[in-house]
Design a protein around this ligand. Structure first.
Ligand SMILES: [Zn+2]
Ligand SMILES: [Zn+2]
Length: 231
């Protein structure tokens, strides 16, 4: 039971909207996508980037409908394995024949661990491991968003040099088999040395926002729903 009256302790599932060069890019489309778009209205959705296939990151795909009605097929960028998973779970969205009227459609954009373009924006995937599930983080300019990481190869760390803002997952204080604990995340930040870091994918068990925030190092912040950062 949530005992807090602080709105920063009321957390929907993780996602981020990146607005850059007139493009609106959403990273992950979890079960709260509809609610998140109602709270932060955007006219156009230029791309959805998926980190991995887990439901807390994908279950809201059906709610792209209003964007599909306005724009047509919505470009979806994901690893082949993630696209395969989405195709099974949302077969009516991916159907190419006898499509049910009104079902939304996507444009499948398979990505690998190499830089790709969304319009004229360069996106650099950062490969991390979530126990045994591969996950993509994404770097756009001097902003990087990584969620559901537990381990990361030295090679991938090199992609995170010179960041203004890093968003990184921190689940709770106790260790977890597939997510960074608070300690793991702080050690990671120590190594990456971004100017500012924001912690996300926070569980109920981490504690109250205000109390945890007070214990964090300078330039490390707990993210919260509807937080806006300008770079
Ligand atoms: Zn996950
Ligand atoms: Zn997750």
């Amino acid at each position: 039971m949530c005992l807090s009256h602080d709105s920063k302790d009321k957390r929907l599932r993780v996602s981020v909207l990146v607005q850059y060069k007139d493009f609106n890019i959403v990273i992950d489309c979890g079960p709260d996508f509809r609610q998140q778009m109602l709270s932060n209205p955007v006219e156009r959705l230029d791309a959805i980037l998926f980190t991995h296939e887990h439901s807390d990151h994908t279950a809201g795909l059906d709610d792209i409908r209003p964007y599909f009605f306005r724009q047509g097929d919505i470009p979806v960028y994901a690893h082949k394995r993630v696209l395969d998973s989405l195709r099974k779970r949302f077969d009516y969205i991916f159907a190419t024949q006898d499509k049910y009227p009104g079902a939304p459609s996507v444009k499948e954009m398979e990505i690998e661990n190499k830089a790709f373009k969304v319009g004229d924006i360069t996106v650099v995937p950062v490969d991390v491991m979530h126990n045994r599930v591969q996950v993509f983080g994404f770097r756009i300019g001097n902003f990087a968003y990584i969620t559901d990481a537990k381990t990361i190869a030295e090679e991938e760390m090199k992609k995170l040099k010179g960041l203004d803002v890093l968003v990184i997952n921190a689940l709770r204080e106790e260790p977890h088999h597939s997510h960074f604990s608070l300690q793991d995340a702080l050690e990671f930040i120590e190594e990456v040395k971004p100017k500012h870091s924001y912690l996300t994918h926070i569980s109920h068990n981490l504690g109250f926002h205000e109390q945890v925030q007070a214990k964090l190092p300078k330039n490390v912040f707990l993210a919260y729903d509807n937080l806006k950062i300008s770079i």
